[in-house]
Design a protein around this ligand. Structure first.
Ligand SMILES: [Zn+2]
Length: 421
């Protein structure tokens, strides 16, 4: 297989990504209704779905707060302040029965429709394929849950009006760890985002990393926040999987990372904003949105880049705590000819700030201390004078088309964290 990028086209990597998005944007933002959308048309062609890893859905009906009850009814549990009934879901029909008074799909509220959409997304080819390589990555078993990924969806319509919608969204914020937690309000009015949110969280479940990332003093993170290489890869990997599921969102990410947030190392939640173009290429790889677009660029610019490059490399390094350098080293081990193309992709995504020398540093083999040269270099950028660097007048050019106009209506935030941009 020839994995070399055509030199004539290589300087246009980003334009090719954007051009593909223009074509695919309209059908792909319509949603994840069963049978309608197949994310595989972008770069995620069906591979070898495994029957071994299963999504196990539970509807968690929140029936009120503890103050609403003099005693907790039998069969209910208390989580935090809330009283909850847990119902294992075995079929679409059963879920509709649980969500409606009459068992008819047309009676679903918008919030309930988003719950059903999360359920329907489990059947997409992209989701099955993603699960299959979670299986392969762990030599036969998901490390954490014996090949079962629990999906818990909190349905909040039973909560009385004394708890605000914002409080409910915050208290049941989506997340992925040993399983996935979702709620019925997050995409109540925008059900098309269900599949990419689920993909994001499942990507955290299948990614083996000890201890999580370091998210700064406020513990939050954003697609356009410069944090560190570990966190950028943990979240960038998940955002990349979102983009595989919903390619139309790549434009949104590209716009979102024009200005970069840098949190004050002492004062939680105090951010400085800098133009991304003022940051070095290496520093930009500590931004999750940048990592996601680099992976998407590899996926898009090499023949079946997902299955032939990213998937096998990720599966190979996943058990040993991979970051971006480990993933790239593994790709190069398998396909040395891809090196120049990958450098060009990173350089394009980092606005021309990434050199061959940077790449050599990035993928340098770890020294005896267990920290690679690249990580040392990356770490040295933390809190650097870049925070105060002069704004670069170079802008992050994007096409002036209706696609961008429409994209303003898209959810701009990180799926498992809110976004201020
Ligand atoms: Zn995440």
């Amino acid at each position: 297989m020839n994995t070399k990028i055509n030199n004539n086209n290589s300087s246009l990597v980003l334009k090719r990504i954007l051009a593909a998005l223009l074509v695919l944007y309209i059908p792909l933002v319509l949603g994840c209704s069963k049978g309608k959308i197949d994310p595989a048309i972008f770069c995620f062609q069906p591979g070898n779905p495994s029957e071994s890893v299963q999504l196990q859905y539970t509807l968690k009906k929140v029936v009120g707060t503890t103050s609403d009850f003099s005693s907790i009814p039998s069969g209910y549990t208390v989580e935090g302040n809330y009283v909850i009934s847990s119902i294992p879901i075995n079929s679409r029909e059963q879920l509709i029965q649980e969500l409606t008074p009459d068992g008819k799909e047309k009676s679903l509220s918008d919030a309930a429709k988003s719950v059903l959409a999360y359920y329907d997304c489990k059947d997409s080819s992209a989701m099955k394929d993603r699960l299959s390589f979670a299986y392969k990555a762990n030599s036969g078993k998901l490390k954490r849950n014996n090949n079962i990924i629990p999906i818990e969806i909190y349905e909040t319509s039973g909560v009385k009006s004394n708890v605000s919608r914002d409080t409910l969204i915050s208290d049941f914020w989506p997340c992925g760890g040993t399983g996935v937690r979702l709620n019925d309000l997050h995409h109540e009015r925008d059900r098309g985002k269900c599949s990419d949110l689920l993909a994001h969280e499942i990507s955290h479940v299948i990614h083996q990393y000890p201890g999580g990332g370091y998210y700064g003093p406020d513990g939050r993170h954003f697609k356009n926040e410069a944090l560190n290489m570990k966190t950028a890869f943990i979240e960038g990997w998940a955002v990349f999987n979102e983009l595989v599921e919903n390619p139309g969102k790549a434009l949104e990410v590209w716009k979102n990372i024009d200005n970069i947030k840098i949190e004050d190392p002492v004062q939680a939640g105090k951010y400085t904003s800098v133009k991304r173009s003022s940051l070095s290429g290496m520093r930009q790889l500590e931004i999750e949105g940048v990592v996601a677009l680099v992976l998407l660029g590899i996926c898009k610019n090499f023949p079946d880049g997902y299955h032939k490059m990213i998937q096998p490399a990720f599966a190979a390094v996943n058990p040993s705590y991979p970051l971006l350098p480990e993933l790239l080293r593994e790709i190069l081990k398998n396909q040395p000819d891809s090196k120049d193309g990958i450098i060009k992709i990173i350089n394009e995504v980092t606005l021309g700030k990434f050199s061959s020398e940077d790449f050599a540093n990035l993928i340098a083999v770890p020294d005896g201390s267990g920290t690679s040269k690249s990580q040392n270099i990356a770490a040295s950028y933390q809190g650097s004078s870049e925070i105060n660097s002069k704004m670069n007048s170079q802008t992050n050019a994007v096409p002036k088309t209706n696609v961008l106009k429409d994209s303003k209506n898209m959810f701009m935030g990180h799926p498992d964290n809110e976004d201020l941009n």
